[in-house]
Design a protein around this ligand. Structure first.
Ligand code: SF4
Length: 259
């Protein structure tokens, strides 16, 4: 019987400190060497997510790209995903159990109220992502400190107890300008809505453009007028609290250098 160990955020402190001097490419290569085919990329194909997919593609790493399709994304988002697929990236799409039409018929337009929004995000984003629990030991994601708010202190590695894996953030210290410079210098494919006033892009029901001078996330859940959850709780960094994962002893030793 294989033994297992727990890993908390505190256990990762030393490893995270050692990563603070390393760049995105080094972190991605370390992750691939450490987790192999138990590593994937999580992307919603926004700017930073596209930069991350491009970096992985440039490194020629055969990593699966996981994305959650809520069923109500913008046509421009689907077109962007198609372009990445055409580049040869393998994209694994996770979907909610019901269509938005069925959900609306059975529960009403949940996204129109604060309580409903939390349930809708749970049904259409968080629950589909749980389908990957057990499939990977780690996922690369594009959270970065320059997004501010709950993400302003995001570490390189953080445990995700919902998925029982490590979240790895290679772009953790990229300022917004570095992301746009990387995209422009490397002709990275991005969602055309970014150039039309949408700094961040989610579902059609809950995303609007922002006006000059508005905060970056002002266009998310604007119709709830400040009553919304600031995030959909798909990222442990946004959930707050301390999370713990369980890993095989062999992986525990490989990561932390102890048994
Ligand atoms: S962003 Fe809006 S439509 Fe999308 S899952 Fe959340 S509440 Fe539902």
């Amino acid at each position: 019987m294989s033994e297992s160990r727990h890993i908390s955020a505190d256990d990762l402190t030393g490893l995270n400190e050692s990563f603070e001097s390393q760049g995105a490419t080094d972190i991605i290569q370390w992750a691939h060497a450490t987790f192999g085919d138990r590593l994937a990329v999580l992307s919603s194909f926004q700017q930073a997510g596209c930069a991350l997919c491009h970096l992985v593609h440039q490194l020629q790493l055969p990593l699966e790209i996981v994305m959650v399709d809520t069923g109500v994304l913008f046509p421009e988002t689907y077109e962007t995903i198609d372009k990445y697929q055409a580049m040869g990236l393998t994209i694994s799409t996770l979907r909610p159990e019901r269509s938005m039409e069925d959900q609306n018929r059975e529960e009403g337009a949940l996204y129109l109220t604060r309580e409903g929004q939390e349930r809708c995000c749970e049904l259409r984003k968080v629950a589909p992502l749980r389908q990957i629990r057990g499939r990977y030991d780690a996922i690369l994601s594009s959270l970065h400190r320059s997004a501010g708010g709950a993400r302003s202190q995001v570490p390189v590695l953080t445990p995700d107890s919902e998925l029982n894996l490590l979240r790895i953030h290679p772009l953790y210290n990229w300022p917004r300008e570095q992301i746009t410079t990387y995209i422009d210098s490397n002709n990275v494919i991005v969602n055309p809505l970014h150039a039309q006033g949408y700094p961040t892009i989610g579902c059609t029901r809950c995303t609007t453009p922002v006006l000059p001078g508005e905060p970056e996330r002002a266009g998310r859940w604007r119709h709830l007028q400040g009553q919304e959850s600031a995030y959909c709780r798909i990222n442990p960094t946004d959930r707050g609290g301390s999370e713990v994962i369980t890993v095989p002893t062999e992986l525990y030793s490989k990561l932390l250098g102890k048994t």
